[in-house]
Ligand binder design. Structure first.
Ligand code: GLY
Length: 337
């Protein structure tokens, strides 16, 4: 992989993101607990916008129109993908929002500015996805976002129209605010698959790694019956996984080489020398996730929220017992940031 970018720590990435948005009139707000408050649709906070849902529906007034933060998230739908290059159960999401404020053009231009001028990405190694539309749902293709990316120099080989499953985000839970989105992918190079050419298959699982959902254009509310109603006003919701951003900015091939996960990988290897790469990744991710859950007061149980840490701990113990290893969790706990 060719990369001219200098090493950068996860801490520096987090700060660069927040400071960029603060300089662009966003208020940095505190993150929420991973345990949702008054939201029966979610077991855990799964995105930066989840604790802010009521701002998008107009049920609560935000302290300012434009916000940013860094939010710990749990994605239980990704549990079975953990072990590949970049899926995690627990991750930190860098987010920015404009609630009834700016919309597509400003959101995309801010994303480009941060990525290219501050994080110093080569724009030739970025691909933007936009929403293809869905006639059954009477939702139009998002040509407007495509045109904005074009105006920034993205040609047809760097803009991909994707369907509803890929480019319509939300709601976080069964009901709530949602909308079409535009995502930014980093091209990790020829060794990870064929280069995308306009109209051909876009490999968003290996070669191209999603680094930022640079704009969910919140226009709809998904109702209990599955229909979409219009929200009272439009908003922008963005989310970027810190671990993935740290991976690509440091020219790493996996999130497990980043400063957030490498100490855990090294310690697992030390304690269980014969552990496979995939088992090591699962152990590192799952230890990190269940530690946070326990720290937030969630206790393993057979049902509901508690079933998640139970499942994660059980998977860790299966790996440890398979190797008949003595495993010192205390050392692991001290390495979790
Ligand atoms: N809320 C946007 C995302 O999680 O991708």
């Amino acid at each position: 992989m060719i990369n001219t970018m200098k090493p950068i720590s996860s801490k520096e990435i987090r700060e660069t993101f927040q400071k960029f948005f603060e300089k662009n009139d966003h208020l940095r707000i505190k993150s929420a607990s991973i345990v949702p408050k008054n939201d029966p649709t979610l077991l855990f906070i799964n995105s930066g916008m989840a604790p802010l849902k009521q701002y998008f529906t107009g049920e609560a007034i935000p302290p300012q129109k434009n916000l940013c933060n860094s939010q710990p998230c749990i994605r239980t739908i990704d549990i079975d993908d953990v072990g590949d290059r970049h899926h995690l159960t627990f991750f930190e999401m860098l987010g920015s929002w404009s609630i009834n404020g700016y919309f597509k053009e400003t959101a995309i231009k801010l994303a480009y500015d941060l990525l290219v001028n501050h994080f110093k990405f080569d724009p030739k190694r970025l691909v933007a996805s936009v929403y293809k539309g869905n006639p059954d749902l009477k939702l139009e293709p998002d040509h407007e976002s495509a045109k904005i990316w074009q105006s920034l120099g993205f040609d047809d080989d760097h803009i991909v129209y994707q369907d509803h499953a890929d480019n319509f985000w939300g709601p976080a839970g069964e009901t709530g605010p949602c909308g079409p989105c535009t995502e930014v992918f980093f091209d990790t190079g020829d060794e990870f698959g064929p280069k995308y050419k306009s109209g051909e298959h876009f490999d968003d699982t290996c070669r191209y790694i999603e680094i930022w959902n640079a704009g969910v254009f919140m226009e709809f509310n998904k109702e209990k019956d599955g229909s979409f109603s219009n929200l009272k006003f439009k908003s922008v919701d963005t989310g970027s996984g810190l671990e993935r951003m740290c991976m690509v900015l440091n020219n790493h091939q996996t999130v497990y080489e980043t400063d957030l996960l490498k100490p855990l990988i090294d310690e697992n290897q030390k304690q269980i020398p014969n552990i496979s790469t995939e088992q090591n990744r699962i152990l590192a991710d799952h230890c990190r996730a269940f530690t946070l859950m326990l720290a937030e007061g969630v206790r393993p149980s057979n049902e509901g929220r508690g079933y998640i840490p139970r499942r994660l701990i059980r998977k860790c113990l299966v790996i440890i017992h398979q190797h008949r290893a003595e495993f010192n969790f205390d050392t692991i706990f001290t390495l979790i940031q």
